[in-house]
Design a protein around this ligand. Structure first.
Ligand code: CA
Length: 143
């Protein structure tokens, strides 16, 4: 009887964790986890085989001031090989060949972290064109 209770509690605990991961993603567009393969700049990475562009955030391009800082910040927050959870933007699905998304790594929302650490600017023009424009972090930084 006690064993049965333990098994039931374990099942509840495990299913709780699974639904927590699923509940992180919003909407019906792509939602997946894969390893951080390459950091192109602060707002663009290769996750698994997919090129990801963070929604609503703009970090400096190569050759611009702040490029290396933003890139290094992502590298330290989410080292190569870390698992990244990608929640694709349900309104702006793609930009060029890149998946627009919020990316979570090591428990952190990378879009938010870049803004919080003043390493990127919010793209206010896209606040109404992004699934995430109404999120608290986006509003906190200017949407
Ligand atoms: Ca989504």
């Amino acid at each position: 009887m006690r064993l049965l209770i333990i098994i039931i509690l374990l099942i509840i605990a495990v299913s709780g964790c699974i639904s927590q991961i699923e509940s992180v993603c919003k909407g019906k567009a792509k939602c997946f986890t894969a390893d951080m393969e390459e950091i192109i700049d602060g707002d663009t990475f290769l996750v698994g085989n997919e090129k990801i562009r963070l929604s609503l955030v703009d970090t400096p391009e190569k050759g611009e001031d702040g490029y290396q800082e933003a890139k290094d910040f992502i590298l330290s927050t989410c080292p190569l090989g870390s698992e990244v959870l990608v929640d694709q933007d349900d309104i702006q699905l793609y930009s060029y060949d890149r998946i627009m998304a919020v990316a979570y790594c090591n428990g952190k929302n990378l879009n938010e972290e870049l803004l919080k650490n003043n390493l990127g600017k919010i793209y206010t023009d896209f606040c109404s064109k992004s699934e995430f424009g109404i999120d608290k972090w986006a509003k906190d930084y200017g949407c």
